[in-house]
Design a protein around this ligand. Structure first.
Ligand code: SF4
Length: 151
């Protein structure tokens, strides 16, 4: 299971397939990570520095963190894409099609001016998360998205 958690400043990626429940994140920031709560990750209960340090202790790679850079990521289920927005301006997208209940990501692109900010990963994660919520299978013919799915 893949999930994204965001506040104004940071984005957390969580891949439960890698998590072996060592709970170092819980020890590092108990008000942020609480396995008895839904959602189990809640931003806003500790400062970003504490959260970032807790994530850096994750031994499995299940958790990772990036700055948001003021970019919003949305999902457009009808248009079969996720979009990256700088204000009203679309600066990236991740497109998929659906065949027999399987979602296939075939294209991921971010404007060259916004490279190096982790936006492509956020776009792909948004699509993976949406597919999982719909209990659909996900695959990728886009090589970048395939790498994110498999990491
Ligand atoms: S520290 Fe990492 S491996 Fe351990 S529970 Fe937290 S996310 Fe899972």
């Amino acid at each position: 299971m893949h999930r994204l958690y965001e506040n104004e400043d940071i984005v957390i990626f969580w891949n439960s397939d890698c998590c072996f429940h060592a709970k170092r994140c819980v020890t590092g920031s108990p008000n942020t990570f609480d396995i008895n709560r839904k959602p189990w990750i809640q931003l806003g209960n500790a400062d970003n520095k504490e959260v970032w340090q807790a994530i850096s202790q994750c031994p499995s790679g299940a958790l990772s963190c990036l700055y948001r850079h003021g970019i919003d990521i949305t999902i457009d289920l009808e248009g079969q894409k996720s979009l990256a927005l700088d204000g009203d301006k679309v600066i990236g997208e991740c497109d998929y099609d659906i065949d027999n209940g399987t979602w296939n990501i075939y294209h991921t692109e971010v404007s060259p001016d916004y490279k190096g900010k982790g936006i492509a990963k956020r776009l792909v994660y948004k699509v993976i998360e949406a597919s999982e919520r719909q209990k659909a299978k996900i695959e990728a013919s886009c090589s970048y998205a395939k790498k994110v799915i498999e990491e």
